[in-house]
Ligand binder design. Structure first.
Ligand code: BGC
Ligand code: BGC
Length: 856
């Protein structure tokens, strides 16, 4: 096997241009991708000395940055005049941002809310898949409500923020660009600016003004489930993109007003060191020194500020144990002080509730730390009340509130919001043909081509479009798989190709290329062809995920996603050359797949334009692979493994056939169970047990073998089929005055606080065989004297005899008093009545057939 050295020249250039002389070489050497080639990652290099550092920041050690002039004197005068006319309630409302799922236009009016957002699972009328006209109509409704004058509050238009993180990705039919990890492989800042401009234009079609992008994280541990939202593990590469993306979205800093052109405001996120947490744990703690904080994670904020990024979103995570959303040193002294950031700083989704001493309902610390707007999806009303009190009693100084409000108003003035009219009357609004337009899709397809990294080629590539090509693998015809998380839904799950009008799957792209070349293409997912093909393309890889759902303990492909390996091996044994195409948000241990295939292409998460992959597989119009790894690809799945391919690696077709030395196929780690799955195929997973108890204690049976009897015959347990033979357990309950509980338990408590802040649910795949004769409830236990119980009236109306995924939002339990930090029994069903039900699976997730309403 031959390997190309990392492109040291390019790195040196990026360093010198993007960062000036700021990155001092000795400090950088410890964490640069080149240094990481010896196997150490930045995250690890920080661990050893973490104890020596405190969470105290020294702004004077950081570079001073020049904030561009973004509003003129008249604009500033207007801001001050407005501020002077605003009463306290009006001011407090301006610094709050609620989610459209909980905010009505009337609320915007009553509470003077400064902003709304749509979280990943929110859409107009509660519909994630609502058409673009409904988004625009809702934007109008919020706007109209916001400009209704009232006593002590002049009309101040609301602004709407959305996660357009890879195109306007919440909107059906929008162009979906590759996720940032793929763009990092493209090494093309100019392309990044064009993507930003196209995304901004599509956002304007549906009436929003603000995107929570770009994510400028510099991931140091790819076990982190959000690593794909970052361009690269290399700060210089990330920094080389940030300014261009901000300009693409907002226009150059001199653009005034922003809404007069085809632009929106951007948000660089998540400040600071979201990609530097210990073990890559989402919302975790970055245990690193200030130098590493500055050189690695701080680097992208320089070009962001120089280019006038309008907003910065703080991270859920901590630095040295202190949550950033409450860290005055980082937010006020560093970002706004030393680095001169003149826009507004917004928190992440209820992140204030994680700050020490705070709850979702109250957090003066966050405002006093320097946050100007609180993203309070469902907590805005409680905050409105608590903030009013905290300003009145001086806990929050009026001057701080005024500063926060002035920053919000300056952003609005810069947008031109006061003069823009309602969203549907603005530039590009309602021009639905721009969503997924040919021009935007062409940019996305170019981005796909530029992002593909060729890791192996024994000469099978390029394929001939005159040949008979078999296309196989579970990812071959699955646009949601290509698109990854933050696509239509939060986790990007539960979607079919029909929900991506105008998009092209990898299969679709290959079929078109072969058709126009005169060959024959055939899609057979399991590879069992009828007519022998000349070559096969096997598409495999990760399934969509977003925040914390995507965290891994080691860099392995989940066992349930390894099926295509057998297909590759079988085809090879039949003498058919195989091209493996991997869909993934990160480098994983895939040595077996690398060995099995004749050629191996990493396609990352390419988005809606699958045709870009075919362009290179067939070298259409002489196109060649030019993507280069934006991180190190490890030789084993364990953290700190030595590199298999160095940073910057990538082959081209022009290199010709390459030799291959067979790789060891031992991942170096034990297989992990899937986190968040407590019962699968009717059986408790590792560390969990299934019990039948007499409610209130006394008798108990741990279910191991079936059939079984419990509680003196009051409960019969049997195996029944679900998907597979005996894939579920059936519980036949006789009436029991003391109550019967079916429970999953563990002796080592789990911490699911992050999962309950994000809208995750406890899902049970069950079937009611005979309906309950009395009330049924569900309890989460958290140690001896801690439990929360939710009534389950829904069970009565579930269709008997049909399998249903019943979801209970974790926050229902949190609200009912469960300590989500130490759950010992996530699922315990209790009833005194009789009923028969079957249970196949209990896990955490986002997709339910039926969602239980939290008790009021
Ligand atoms: C994510 C942010 C996102 C926000 C709004 C948070 O959970 O961390 O990246 O912008 O939600 O959806
Ligand atoms: C929302 C996301 C948000 C997440 C917070 C989800 O319910 O849809 O936008 O980022 O919760 O963790």
């Amino acid at each position: 096997m031959t390997r190309k050295a990392a492109n040291a020249g390019l790195m040196a250039l990026l360093l010198s241009t993007a960062l000036g002389g700021w990155i001092d070489q000795p400090a950088r050497a410890a964490t640069s991708p080149a240094a990481a080639a010896d196997g150490s990652t930045g995250a690890e290099s920080g661990q050893g000395h973490s104890a020596n550092h405190s969470a105290e920041i020294h702004p004077e050690l950081w570079p001073a940055v020049a904030w561009p002039r973004v509003i003129d004197e008249a604009g500033e005068a207007r801001v001050q005049a407005l501020l002077g006319r605003m009463g306290l309630a009006c001011k407090v409302g301006q610094i709050l941002q609620g989610d459209i799922g909980t905010v009505t236009p009337q609320d915007v009016r009553t509470y003077h809310l400064g902003s709304v957002l749509n979280g990943g699972n929110s859409g107009p009328g509660g519909d994630d898949l609502a058409g673009p006209a409904q988004w625009l109509a809702l934007a109008d409704a919020y706007y109209e409500a916001s400009i209704t004058p009232s006593a002590d509050c002049p009309p101040i238009p609301v602004m709407w923020g959305t996660d357009a993180v890879h195109g306007h990705s919440n909107i059906v039919g929008a162009t979906l660009f590759p996720h940032n990890v793929g763009l990092g492989a493209a090494r093309d800042p100019d392309l990044i600016e064009r993507i930003g401009a196209a995304t901004a234009a599509e956002i304007r079609v549906t009436g929003q003004e603000w995107t929570f992008a770009p994510t400028v994280t510099v991931p140091q541990d790819y076990r982190w489930g959000r690593a794909y939202e970052g361009y690269s593990s290399d700060p210089a590469l990330v920094a080389s993109y940030v300014g261009r993306m901000v300009r693409g979205l907002q226009g150059p800093p001199s653009t005034a007003p922003i809404l007069a052109g085809p632009h929106v405001i951007a948000s660089t996120k998540h400040f600071l060191a979201d990609g530097g947490t210990h073990d890559g744990i989402d919302q975790g703690d970055a245990r690193i020194g200030e130098t590493e904080l500055r050189l690695i994670h701080g680097a992208p904020y320089l070009p962001a500020i120089e280019n006038g990024v309008a907003t910065v979103m703080t991270s859920f995570s901590s630095w040295q144990g202190v949550k950033i959303a409450g860290h005055r040193g980082l937010v006020t002294d560093l970002l706004k002080g030393r680095m001169n950031f003149g826009g507004l700083v917004v928190t992440d989704w209820n992140a204030h509730g994680q700050v020490a001493g705070c709850s979702n309902a109250s957090c003066p610390t966050t405002v006093n730390a320097g946050l100007d707007m609180l993203m309070a999806p469902d907590s805005w009303k409680l905050l409105y009340t608590s903030l009013l009190g905290q300003v009145r009693d001086g806990t929050i100084p009026m001057a701080r509130l005024d500063d926060a409000v002035a920053r919000v108003l300056r952003v609005k003035q810069r947008l031109g919001l006061f003069d823009a009219g309602k969203p549907s009357t603005r530039l590009l609004a309602g021009r639905y043909e721009l969503l997924g337009s040919a021009e935007h899709r062409a940019i996305a397809r170019e981005a796909v081509r530029k992002s593909l990294v060729l890791l192996k080629n024994d000469g099978v590539l390029p394929l001939r479009p005159t040949a008979r090509i078999l296309v196989a693998g579970d990812g071959a015809d699955d646009i949601a798989r290509q698109a990854g998380g933050w696509t239509l839904s939060w986790q990007g799950t539960g979607l079919t190709n029909a929900q991506f009008p105008g998009a092209t799957s990898l299969w679709g792209g290959i079929a078109a290329a072969v058709r126009s070349g005169g060959g024959v293409a055939e899609l057979v997912p399991d590879g069992q062809f009828k007519t022998r093909p000349d070559a096969a393309v096997v598409v495999f890889g990760e399934a969509p995920y977003a925040e914390f759902q995507g965290d891994l303990a080691s860099l392995q492909l989940k066992p349930e996603l390894r099926g295509p390996l057998a297909t590759m091996r079988r085809l090879r044994a039949q003498g058919i050359p195989v091209v493996a195409v991997m869909l993934t948000g990160r480098p994983l241990f895939v040595n077996p797949e690398l060995n099995a295939a004749n050629a191996f292409v990493t396609a990352w998460l390419p988005g809606s334009e699958g045709g870009g992959v075919a362009d290179l597989l067939f070298a259409r119009n002489g196109l060649d692979f030019r993507g280069r790894l934006p991180m190190v690809w490890p030789a084993e799945a364990r953290p700190g493994a030595r590199p298999l391919f160095p940073f910057g690696y990538g082959l081209s077709l022009a290199d010709g056939p390459q030799g291959w030395t067979v790789l060891p196929e031992d991942s170096g780690v034990a297989e992990e169970g899937s986190a968040g799955v407590y019962l699968a195929k009717g059986q408790p997973t590792a560390a969990w047990s299934l019990e039948v108890d007499r409610a209130g204690g006394g008798e108990s049976l741990r279910v191991t073998t079936v059939p079984a009897l419990a509680l003196g015959g009051k409960v019969q347990i049997a195996a029944v089929d679900h998907l597979v033979q005996e894939g579920a357990r059936q519980f036949r309950l006789r009436a029991n005055p003391s109550g019967t509980t079916i429970r999953l338990t563990t002796t080592s408590p789990i911490d699911i606080r992050r999962q309950s802040n994000g809208e995750l649910m406890l899902l049970a795949t069950l079937r009611i065989d005979s309906p309950p004769s009395g009330p049924v409830s569900l309890t989460q236990g958290c140690g001896d004297r801690c439990a929360a119980t939710i009534p389950l009236p829904e069970l009565k109306s579930l269709p008997a005899g049909a399998w249903t995924v019943l979801g209970v939002p974790l926050k229902c339990f949190a609200r009912a008093g469960a300590d989500m930090g130490r759950i010992t029994s996530p699922w315990a069903l209790t009833t005194r009545g009789s009923m028969t039900f079957s249970l196949a699976q209990v896990s955490l997730g986002t997709l339910a057939d039926r969602v239980v309403a939290c008790p009021r």
